[in-house]
Design a protein around this ligand. Sequence first.
Ligand SMILES: Cc1cc2nc3c(=O)[nH]c(=O)nc-3n(C[C@H](O)[C@H](O)[C@H](O)COP(=O)(O)OP(=O)(O)OC[C@H]3O[C@@H](n4cnc5c(N)ncnc54)[C@H](O)[C@@H]3O)c2cc1C
Length: 500
Amino acid sequence: MTAVRKIVILGGGTAGWMAAACIARMFGTKDHTIALIESPEIGTVGVGEATIPMINMFNKILGISAADMVRETEATFKLGIEFVDWGKVGDAYLHPFGAYGADMGGVSFIHWFLRHSAQTGTWDPGRFNLETVAARTGRFGVLPNNDPSRPPLNHAYHFDAALYAGFLSRYSQARGVIRHEGTVTEVHQDPDSGFVTALDLKDGQRIEGDFFIDCSGFRGVLIEQTLKCGYEDWSQWLPCNRAWAVPCKRIEAPVPYTRATAREAGWQWRIPLQHRTGNGYVFSSDFIGEADARDALMSRLDGKALAEPRKLSFVTGHRRKMWDKNVVALGLASGFLEPLESTSIHLVQSALSKLMSYFPKDGFDPDVEDHFNRVMLGEYTAVRDFLIAHYKLTEREDTPFWAYCKHMEIPDSLRARLDIFHHTGNYVEPPYELFRENSWFSVLAGQGLRPRSWHPVADMMTGEELAHHMTQISNLVATTAAALPAHEAFIQYCHGRRAS
Ligand SMILES: Cc1cc2nc3c(=O)[nH]c(=O)nc-3n(C[C@H](O)[C@H](O)[C@H](O)COP(=O)(O)OP(=O)(O)OC[C@H]3O[C@@H](n4cnc5c(N)ncnc54)[C@H](O)[C@@H]3O)c2cc1C
């Protein structure tokens, strides 16, 4: 096996610059070179502005603070996603990032909540979740006596995708990553092994490498156009295949959560940033024409549009192999699960973390490649099932799109989970699960699938004891949230300014 000396990253979107920053930070550039090629004439997808809390781990590895994010990327804080009109028109629920209450007697708080709810005839799990109450009241920040650089709420960020890529680009180049501007026109392969050996750019430059990371977006220049790894299409379960995206003027203080509103043939996102609001309509072109979807989006913006809307086309699914020979695909080159739960950037991060563990310093091992592909497929499958649940669990039949979703067949893996949850309130965790019990509970119950029973341990308190306990928890959550600053004031604090 030959040692990897030259690493070449093809693509300078979010995935490419995340890869460059991470590899430069973890391994430096003493023993090898890291080159990144990006093509201004092709550009980047330019969306991808909502994240999930695992990004904090990535930031920690890179040494990026919350204040850096806020200053460099026009970021706001995200405590979860509000889903509007999903179960039925008029419904709304929040999928928050943190836990409900606290587990007791060896069973999760959710079982205690289910019994309490049956006892009182009420349903508001959000009262027992700090992130939900903070989101409802527009608050975010640090609690008294905590380290101000480490906000205590489970949170992620909304950020400007172009600014984030630029930030990571500067970070990477300061750590020795060599940036090449140009469009790859030819890929050279070793005639015996099929390994990629060099990339030719339009201007005549040749970039040679031992290890190539394909971050070239949907086109998958190396993983698909060159190595022909194939694509598994999952659109029978996740039928959205287009999006219109447009920024608009912000008309109110930014809220600390994303909003996802179900529409006639898909859903609309609203992502609050400091300098603007990001909007998009994710839809299925089998159920609405592109022009109608565009008009629908433009008529439902909070403020004045700041640009012409951009259309994006995609097929939900994944490459059959994300690592083949000496090429690893990350980001959109590796597959795409629509952005309902903001998982794409996380999947880049997750793939990078595995790549760091199995980095082919001394050459390539087919067993490592197989393992990587198996684990990544497991992660994609787990996210896929979670996303499908949002569509399947609807009572809506008011448009052909929602009628299709309500009646579509779903994977057996998901069918079994929904049945167990409905009958027993239990959460079944398959391998490689990203979203855990609190997330599944928020979404399944939020969409109207309420468990019929709970764990018998939750019957071991008297009704009065349970009511007292639940009041204590919701009071604690309420007082904790009330002590937080307004979200916007905390953003100003990160800028080093006092809120006006
Ligand atoms: C509608 C929509 C909404 C989304 N929302 C979210 C979200 O809220 N949260 C989230 O986590 N993710 C989201 N995503 C996904 C997210 O945008 C991507 O995962 C992320 O931006 C990474 O993209 P990328 O870097 O893989 O590809 P791209 O941004 O497409 O970058 C590809 C790069 O490759 C270069 N390139 C391509 N071909 C060549 C060539 N021949 N020669 C040289 N260079 C080349 C391009 O110039 C570019 O630099 C969304 C995606 C879509 C489509």
